[in-house]
Write a protein that binds this ligand. Structure first.
Ligand code: ADP
Ligand code: DP6
Ligand code: CO
Length: 327
């Protein structure tokens, strides 16, 4: 049986940046995210007894090497859970730049978890899907759910994503400024491990992140855009500070990223609530109110061109269908 899943990316408002357990992927801190409507992955899977190895096609290209290995290792977990041995064909399309710091691994492994588990004959709950997705990429654990979601530290059973506020139906948007859509040099996995093991600021990152969790949850429940933005921007800069203080240091942000971050600070001085957050890449997402879109765009056009700005809003949780496409 072929199954197809669509999962949307999510942007972390409180970041996951470091693993307590690298084998099963559990985090050192609680992360909180917003799933986005504009960016997603569609993945179709079927298990086929005639195959002699797993096959992985991404955006019409046959993939070999490390990315295939990651998919195969993930399929091994699915095969073990389902008690099957056959190899699988995986066909995936990213409606998001791959490995550019726009969370392709989140939508990718959430969609793969959904399609592969169904194709293997498993019928998992959303929590079980979240646990499975986590083992492909930590951020994927949150992409099972729509709207605001959180992922807590814990053991294999307890460290799962859960919805915080699935219907984010009040005015909030993430204006995504695509500064570079090419593959980054340091992947999230290697970057967070290096920061965690060498930055003298890492313990402070964990302590500060712990303090931000309840403040963020309260702000989300109160639909308090300004507090959400303030905490998210502080948390993002703190995460990037662990990279800049790693030994040797590394950095995902470029001059253009900083121009956009400073632009947000300047607009705030004029009374417009707009806050920046950046994942493991140079691209900046601006947390803002849809009512301010035009004034923010105008300021952005002094820095980037119109086609580099994608306006994203809260998106839905995972969809899974029998067949080759999402209907
Ligand atoms: P990002 O910021 O895009 O999440 P990461 O470094 O976390 O970057 O992850 C990128 C990796 O995720 C890719 O190198 C590849 O191994 C994997 N990936 C991306 N898209 C897919 C997909 N659709 N299916 C399977 N794996 C994918
Ligand atoms: C900065 O989930 O991509 O986007 O678990 O090693 O696959 P792995 O890493 P990944 O890391 C995401 C890091 C981040 C913050 C976040 O999404 O929480
Ligand atoms: Co990722």
């Amino acid at each position: 049986m072929h199954f197809t899943a669509r999962a949307h990316t999510n942007i972390a408002l409180l970041k996951y940046w470091g693993k307590a357990d690298t084998a099963i992927i559990t985090p050192t801190t609680t992360s909180i995210s917003l799933t986005l409507d504009e960016f997603y992955t569609d993945t179709t899977v079927w298990f086929d007894e005639s195959l002699t190895a797993d096959k992985f096609i991404l955006d019409n290209e046959i993939i070999t090497g490390h990315a295939l290995q990651k998919v195969s290792r993930f399929l091994n977990i699915v095969r073990q859970q389902a008690g099957i041995a056959s190899y699988a064909s995986v066909i995936s399309t990213n409606h998001v730049p791959t490995a550019a710091g726009l969370a392709s691994s989140a939508s990718a492994f959430a969609a793969l978890a959904g399609a592969a588990s169904k194709a293997a004959g498993l019928d998992l709950t959303l929590t079980e899907l979240s646990r499975l997705a986590r083992q492909g990429s930590g951020s994927a654990t949150r992409s099972i759910f729509g709207g605001f979601a959180q992922w807590t530290p814990g053991n294999d059973l307890t460290s799962v994503g859960s919805p915080l506020l699935a219907d984010a139906d009040w005015p909030i948007q993430l204006m995504t400024v695509v500064i570079n859509d090419q593959q980054k040099e340091v992947g999230s996995r290697a970057g967070m491990q290096h920061a965690m093991t060498t930055s003298p600021f890492y313990d402070l990152w964990v302590k500060t992140a712990n303090e931000q969790v309840n403040q963020m949850i309260t702000a989300i429940h109160e639909h308090d855009l300004m507090t959400i933005g303030q905490i998210a921007e502080a948390n993002a800069l703190q995460m990037h500070a662990t990279n800049m203080t790693a030994v040797p240091p590394f950095n995902y942000l470029t001059d253009k990223s900083w121009e956009v971050i400073l632009m947000a600070q300047e607009l705030r001085q004029k009374g417009i609530p707009v806050y920046a957050t950046m994942d493991a890449g140079p691209n900046v997402k601006l947390i803002s109110n849809p009512a301010d879109t035009e004034v923010i765009k105008e300021a952005l056009l002094a820095i980037v061109s119109d086609n580099q700005v994608i306006n994203a809003h809260p998106g839905p949780g995972i969809q899974i269908n029998a067949g080759d496409s999402i209907c």
